[in-house]
Ligand binder design. Structure first.
Ligand code: ADP
Length: 211
């Protein structure tokens, strides 16, 4: 099974993918993580992508993303099935993906703009194990994860970039809902949603879709 998690920034794609990957024994392919790791390792393309695009709230252009995805997805770890977190984000990316693997289904995580903004500003992550923190669960006060890793805030999670990211999402990513039409499963969220309750809804929707 190859699943896509679609949704605006802050809608929970990364967090819910981590739970779903464990439950369904799938490998996560997160293009956001790949880009961040490339910048962290001082890879020239990774630094350019951060300084010119994602660090400012813009999508990284398809000319960079398409070859990156093609190279990554060819790795054997993805052969048993994968969850795509953050790819595709544009129609050309979705078209490219159709040529490479069979995608079914596409989970669309819905969230109000108000909740997204609140979540992004509260969002943090462990440097070592990638455990996500935010409104729920909140990070410990000493900002040290249970694994001993340091908990940090992303450079692109600022008030200034959120508007740009939401704008990019509306213009370039939202058209994918129409592109995937009958393969879309929508899961709605509100203030009370936790990563676990969201995954429960995803699981119910997935199970009935697959049966
Ligand atoms: P979020 O979903 O909160 O935006 P991600 O970690 O998935 O976080 O992505 C971080 C940033 O990396 C995005 O805002 C975007 O600029 C860039 N990025 C990730 N995946 C893609 C992609 N498929 N196409 C273009 N840019 C991407």
């Amino acid at each position: 099974m190859n699943i896509i998690f679609l949704g605006a920034p802050g809608s929970g794609k990364g967090t819910v993918s981590q739970i779903a990957a464990r439950e369904y024994n799938l490998q996560i392919l997160s293009t956001g993580e790949i880009l961040k790791n490339m910048a962290h390792e001082n890879h020239p393309l990774g630094l350019r992508a951060r300084d010119e695009y994602w660090g400012k709230g813009f999508l990284v252009p398809d000319e960079i993303m398409l070859p990156l995805l093609e190279e990554e997805i060819s790795k054997t770890i993805y052969q048993k099935g994968l969850i795509l977190d953050g790819f595709p984000r544009t129609i050309p990316q979705a078209e490219k993906l159709e040529e490479i693997i069979k995608i079914d289904p596409v989970i669309n995580l819905l969230c109000s703009e108000e909740l997204i903004t609140k979540r992004i500003l509260a969002r943090m992550q462990c440097k070592k194990c990638n455990k996500p923190y935010g409104l729920n669960p909140r990070p410990p006060e000493n900002r040290i994860c249970r694994c001993g890793g340091e908990i940090y805030q992303r450079v692109d999670d600022t008030e200034e970039t959120i508007k740009r990211r939401l704008n990019e999402y509306e213009n370039k990513t939202l058209p994918l809902i129409k592109f995937y039409k009958e393969r879309i499963i929508t899961v709605d969220q509100d203030e009370k949603t936790t990563p676990e309750s969201c995954f429960d809804d995803v699981k119910k929707a997935l199970d009935s879709y697959l049966s």
